[in-house]
Design a protein around this ligand. Structure first.
Ligand code: BGC
Length: 410
């Protein structure tokens, strides 16, 4: 068994907290009772407060002779999270750790239950990519009571139980999307010319979406202010442009409405600032089905999902921001192992872990709602038709099949 040196560090900081007043809004007392019965736990009452009740496995996880990595992922059916979860699982299993992974089907309550179960299964550390990072306070209080540290993966979590964060630089993702539109339309030299753009933002349940929107608007707002960029639908705000669950269908529905309402008279659409690839599929289909112009519409995304890579080669999407998941999961693995080995988590880890990809350490960028998290932020990369093969296929991350489709390499 590997040493649990981290536990002494963590125990010093851990608080025994009660579920009442922890700020979570998703779980009722009735839910809690059902859950406890399922887990075979005994309930304790404390004058007016519902005490956190931990299973024996949760109470004894530090002394049970096993190191179990608990992973809670948003959804198995979504390409990016499926890859993240499976890469993480493989990294830890290959190194001899036991992994307990749960997938939440993109449902907040399912993830809350998953985390509750992982705590009570006796995991030693929790790695979480949140469905909704503001709704986990009470289950994370259980983790804290059980002295189980939590590392946020990719998505920001609002909870003081979370001290560490591994992600790509969210603002930079948005910035690269904005720069693509700025540079492709040469907005700097537009003179009196004006261009029409629409905005498709991510899901505001996910705080990353905020970073992408702000990063992109940081680049494009001056051109909106000067009138060089126009938005015929008039919808420019974060919330009015958001896409629930980053859904392809929702993005398709909204873009179809915009195209039939504001572009049916022949108005030219020049660009769609679209937050990610799942939404970009819906936008590309809406353009194919409901737009009568014959210009190539600039369309952004992020992730490098295989269907979007095909769309880029076919000219139906003009860029994606590639976030290399093998690198992000490698960084998460190394931060987790360093933490479990009782090592200091700080900028030096970038050297000691020997990462051969660009990462920045920041402790003043992303907050857990109370404090800044110690964050490792990987650098994302703009992919267009011009560099796709070189950056993604020649490097071995994807293979391109004879029919022009892509497959994520093993
Ligand atoms: C991730 C993106 C992803 C989106 C939808 C965000 O939190 O950072 O990579 O496209 O969620 O799953």
């Amino acid at each position: 068994m590997k040493g649990k040196k981290w536990l002494a560090l963590f125990a010093a900081a851990a608080l025994v907290v009660s579920a009442a007043g922890c700020g979570g809004t998703g779980g009722s007392a009735a839910d809690e009772t059902d859950t406890q019965e399922q887990a075979g736990e005994t309930a304790e009452e404390e004058s007016g407060d519902t005490a956190i009740v931990l299973s024996d496995a949760a109470k004894n996880h530090a002394d049970d002779g096993e190191e179990i990595i608990g992973i809670s992922m948003p959804a198995e059916h979504l390409p990016r999270w499926n890859q993240d979860g499976n890469y993480l699982k493989k990294n830890f299993e290959d190194a001899g750790y036991t992994v307990d992974i749960k997938w939440a089907d993109n449902k907040i309550d399912t993830q809350r239950q998953d985390i509750h179960d992982l705590v009570n299964d006796g995991v030693d550390i929790l790695l979480i990519a949140a469905v909704k990072g503001t709704e986990l306070n009470d289950v994370l209080a259980e983790a804290k009571a059980a002295e189980i540290p939590v590392i946020a993966y990719d998505r920001i979590i609002d909870s003081d139980s979370v001290e560490y964060y591994v992600s790509f630089d969210n603002d930079m993702v948005g910035q690269l999307e904005g720069e693509h539109i700025r540079d492709m339309l040469d907005l700097e030299n537009a003179g009196d010319k004006t261009y029409n753009m629409e905005i498709v933002s991510g899901d505001s349940n996910d705080k990353n979406a905020d970073g992408y929107y702000n990063g992109a608007m940081g680049v494009l707002q001056p051109y909106l202010d000067s009138g060089t960029l126009q938005v015929p639908s008039g919808e420019t705000g974060y919330h009015e442009t958001e896409t629930f669950q980053w859904s392809t269908e929702k993005a398709n529905e909204r873009m179809t409405n915009i195209l039939t309402s504001y572009y049916a008279d022949g108005t030219q659409l020049d660009a769609v600032l679209c937050a990610n690839d799942t939404a970009a599929i819906g936008v590309a289909d809406a353009i194919r089905d409901s737009y009568s112009g014959d210009n190539q519409v600039l369309l952004t995304g992020q992730d490098g999902d295989v269907d979007n890579l095909k769309n880029i080669m076919d000219g139906r999407q003009t860029m994606t921001v590639y976030k290399c998941l093998p690198h992000e999961t490698q960084a998460m693995y190394d931060v987790t192992v360093a933490f479990m080995n009782g090592e200091e988590i700080g900028p030096d880890l970038i050297q000691t872990a020997g990462w051969d990809f660009d990462v920045v350490y920041a402790d003043d960028r992303y907050s857990n709602g109370t404090d800044y998290m110690k964050s490792f932020l990987l650098t994302p990369l703009t992919i267009t038709k011009d560099n796709l093969i070189e950056e993604l296929v020649d490097t071995g991350f994807y293979t391109m099949n004879d029919d022009g489709t892509f497959t994520v390499a093993e």
